[in-house]
Design a protein. Sequence first.
Length: 418
Amino acid sequence: MASKITARQAHEQGRRAAEQAMADKVRGDIYKNLDHNIQWARIAYMGVAEVDLRQELLRFSRERMASDPDLAKYPECRGMRELVEAQREGFATVVDDPVAVAAHFDWYWFCSRRLNTRFVGKSPQPSRCTSIWFPDTKEGGPICASNLDDVLFRYGKDSHRPPATGGRDWRITEITCVGGASAAVLCDEEPECLFPVHLDWIMPDDIKDLREHMAFMERYREFWGPGNQLWVDPDMNFVAVEKANIRMGVRYSERYAATTACAYLTPEMNAFKKERDRLSFKARGWTEDCPDAVYWDGCERRYRRLLRLVERHARQGPTLIGAAQIALDHSVPFPERICLAGEKGHPQEKLQNWTLSSSAHCVSGPNRRVLWWGIDPTDPRPIYKTSCHVIPGEGLEHRKAEWEREVAEAGEIGLSPG
């Protein structure tokens, strides 16, 4: 099967990625972002205090590029090396620094394939993000809602701004990823092959069935993840995917889809994570009442509560305000609340998360609009105490005042979920 892009297009992708990485208004340029990543890693992992993480990252980057996928097992990867090299060469035309290239293309993989497998965390990885999707709603179009959660030090004062528009009518015409959240396993398994395979370059266009799509992703499971994802097809079939470095679980559903961070609920992945958790506790000389154990248990309880809230709201007939109520939920104590404001589950936790931005979006139909909240990470307060930005869809600007009244009449959103 031929790749979907040419070497020239891959080169251009790399060039544009470098330009964007050097002008990132959210995280700062690529060097500042790398500094933040290293700061986080030194807090989160045992054994790296004296390690030159830049050199370790470079070594890992070279190891990735020296690895070769088995073309008998992965025939779609024929010609992939030329494309990957072209993309990295394009990046280097803007930032000709091997450390910057590795920071952009390999840091995420360095964390999952090396730090998570060989160094073992000394504090829980902060949970990042929640995603919700309702296909059939009282708004006349699908609703997605999401939170971006992270530690504060990565971001500056103006790093989170509302979208300029609620967008045009968006229809699902192909199998699409509509949400995701961070999830990973300490003491995880390492893939046999590290080569940077781009699934979007080789995914067959003739795959229309969601289960066939997931079978393709399972065959390539060494080359993506970890993380939790939501996928939907044009017939509104859903799957939540829970992924470690190699292993994955899938959960099919109807009427709604939802996932949040740092927990797995499919039985096989839940059991695998708990087995690996115990290995990580043992490696650190900890008992099962340690900070990680408390943290992971809280993440799982939050995930289970999210699914209960989403299922209940799906039965009632979803609305945009109702979806926002779930995303901003703070009606129960931490850790089961969905929205985060720097709470600690254990006195020894070193990294705390905040919900930095939250949104509920009606993506198509006559009531197309976005409800958006954001905080100033340099002067944080709970996001549900900030003002809601109401952004009408394109062509619906005349309804802004109507929708602002709706938000005002709802009161403090997040206290009455579902």
